[in-house]
Design a protein around this ligand. Structure first.
Ligand SMILES: NC(=O)c1ccc[n+]([C@@H]2O[C@H](COP(=O)([O-])OP(=O)(O)OC[C@H]3O[C@@H](n4cnc5c(N)ncnc54)[C@H](O)[C@@H]3O)[C@@H](O)[C@H]2O)c1
Length: 332
């Protein structure tokens, strides 16, 4: 039996708690938050204990895994605290804001010999699993252009997303999903060029980034975390290659929490008259992600998201930030 504690009791704390609760051989040891307001109700709902701190939770018994689901600016502090206590750590994305901070987190986990994984959950999004496989298998032929989009309204349940030092705006919070996906398929891009819009909190909220890989693959990623009006949470992938065009389009409600409203996933073969509607098995991405992390802890294997790739993703975001602030094409 592995005992799991969750730090933070907001949107992600609840998502992680539900996924762990659905897994055999896992006991939720507690929900941790110095502020009991949302943590006590979540602990009651999950049938586990509430603690004001990890230290308090450890007094009640050992904790094998800590899921860090706090706002982004607190990730480093909570990952290092959990690692120093000898716990394996799953940390929400974006992992942190700087390479120095990331390296401190990795060092703390390595020093204690605990596993550390960043929850880049979009890798388990069912259609993106299929898109990634098709890209890696070369099904599209030589790539002409890739476009990815992720646009939403500012999350209504929090205030920290638009602060550059707390949430990092769309550049960090949303962009990280698409950059991570592309890095997981194509590795480290060589150069980026970006333009965007800063919000009133001083963070880059709307960002369009062009990326170029050494092999010649090109992509454009469009991200916005504060779309005006009742804009629905929307995601798109379009990959055009010599063999055809792969297109995924999803609209949720005002927020991703409201669930999918409509979506299409289509292959347009270059040499056929008609497009082919594609279907994939729909699995819960948080359950898939957390299952694989728990398996890596149980089996003593490497977690499925590599820390080397997380570092590259951070390098891409930092190069994008330089392009936004200073202008011009920036080397990653
Ligand atoms: N994987 C995804 O798709 C996804 C989606 C949304 C958010 N996130 C990420 O998850 C993280 C949390 O986001 P959220 O939407 O759950 O935020 P949230 O504001 O809903 O929840 C944050 C929680 O942390 C708690 N908290 C604050 N300070 C704390 C402290 N010192 N100790 C313990 N708890 C503390 C808050 O009380 C709150 O319960 C962020 O890094 C965010 O970027 C990931």
């Amino acid at each position: 039996m592995l005992r799991v504690a969750i730090v933070g009791s907001g949107f992600m704390g609840k998502s992680h708690a539900e996924a762990y609760k659905a897994l055999p051989g896992i006991k939720l040891a507690g929900i941790i938050n110095p502020n009991p307001k949302s943590a006590v109700p979540l602990a009651e709902e999950m049938g586990c204990a509430y603690f004001a701190s990890l230290a308090d939770a450890l007094k009640e018994g050992p904790v094998d895994i800590v899921s860090v689901c706090t706002p982004t600016w607190l990730h480093e502090q909570h990952v290092i605290e959990a690692a120093n206590a000898g716990c394996h750590v799953l940390c929400e994305k974006p992992v942190t804001f700087t390479l120095e901070s990331f390296d401190r987190m990795v060092a703390a986990c390595r020093n204690k010999g605990v596993k550390f994984m960043v929850g880049q959950v979009a890798r388990w999004w069912p259609e993106f699993i299929d898109i990634g496989r098709r890209l890696k298998d070369g099904d599209l032929g030589p790539i002409r252009m890739i476009y990815e989009k992720r646009l939403c309204q500012l999350p209504a349940w929090s205030t920290w997303h638009k602060d550059p030092g707390k949430g990092g705006g769309g550049l960090y919070d949303l962009n990280v999903h698409d950059i991570d996906f592309l890095v997981s398929v194509y590795g480290k891009p060589e150069r980026v060029f970006a333009a965007g819009h800063k919000g009133d909190g001083g963070a880059w909220m709307y960002v369009v980034t062009n990326l170029l890989w050494p092999g010649g693959v090109k992509a454009t990623v469009e991200t916005c975390i504060d779309m005006p009006g009742p804009w629905p949470f929307s995601i798109e992938f379009r990959g055009a290659g010599d063999m055809g065009t792969l297109h995924y389009n999803l609209q949720a409600g005002v927020n991703i929490k409201d669930g999918e409203q409509n979506s299409s996933y289509t292959w347009y073969p270059a040499r056929a008259e008609a497009p082919e509607a594609l279907t994939v098995d729909q699995t819960d991405m948080f359950l898939s992600e957390i299952t694989e992390f728990v398996d890596s802890v149980r089996n003593g294997t490497e977690p499925p998201v590599s820390l080397a790739e997380n570092r590259v993703v951070l390098e891409v975001i930092l190069a994008t930030l330089r392009s936004l602030e200073e202008g011009g094409i920036q080397k990653v």
